[in-house]
Design a protein around this ligand. Structure first.
Ligand SMILES: [Zn+2]
Length: 240
């Protein structure tokens, strides 16, 4: 574990062609700005389930996912865990220093095998200061996150575990751009904010209606329409 860096020590580092960019912010930067930024970035691969940063650690890098999902997990003194945000190719993690917050407020976990560009925080701050495009698309992402967090707060108080489960499956599928999600019941319980058995009951219901198939450690979305019909109204609010 590298203190404060958004990657574990056993992360793989590989070369990747810039033309293959999928990250929403990076792909919308003017080519010269993007090229200059990526010269200072490192392409990294994060294993599924890896703790990428712990709450209280110094934020020293930003991470722009190209694939996969990174979740911010709030850890309560009671031992309860609850997902606060999930970010994929739609955004960036490690923005706290833009708001004068120097340390990670939450634990960051790679929900799926994820890959993307890691950038030193100083370089992120410089790009945000100098590039209009970086400011526009980063703030657009922050705006979407604020909406998602506010929606989640209301959702958690009103809607059932089953409806929230369907919503989370859709959100994860959208953000990761994949219909097969290698994810466990325990992780889903953290996302839904409920007990593991509520996830099992919810998945069995969704399976009965043909929305999903699930085997140990993997959930496949078979019928998206049925899944949307079983999700709470909050799903519509979180679509970009
Ligand atoms: Zn809801």
């Amino acid at each position: 574990m590298v203190g404060g860096k958004l990657v574990p020590t056993r992360v793989a580092r590989i070369r990747r062609p810039v033309a293959a960019l999928t990250n929403h912010i990076l792909s919308h930067l003017p080519a010269p700005e993007r090229t200059a930024l990526l010269k200072d970035a490192e392409y990294v691969v994060l294993p599924a389930g890896e703790t990428v940063a712990r709450a209280g650690e110094l934020v020293s890098t930003a991470f722009f996912p190209e694939t996969g999902l990174i979740s911010s997990i709030s850890e309560m003194a009671t031992g309860h865990h609850c997902a606060v945000t999930v970010v994929g190719e739609d955004g960036v993690l490690g923005l706290e220093p833009l708001f004068n917050v120097t340390h990670h407020p939450f634990r960051l976990v790679s929900l799926l095998r994820s890959a993307g560009y890691r950038l030193p925080t100083e370089r992120l701050l410089e790009a945000f200061d100098q590039s209009v495009s970086m400011r526009v698309f980063t703030l657009e992402h922050v705006g979407h996150l604020l909406t998602e967090i506010a929606t989640l707060a209301a959702c958690s108080r009103v809607h059932s575990h089953r409806h929230r489960l369907a919503r989370w499956l859709l959100v994860m599928s959208d953000k990761a751009q994949q219909s097969s999600l290698p994810i466990t019941h325990d992780v889903l319980a953290d996302l839904v904010g409920g007990p593991r058995h509520a996830v099992t009951i919810g998945l069995n219901h969704l399976k009965k209606w043909g929305a999903v198939a699930h085997v140990r450690g993997r959930i496949d979305i078979l019928n998206r329409g049925v899944l949307v019909a079983n999700a709470c109204e909050c799903y519509g609010r979180s679509i970009r």
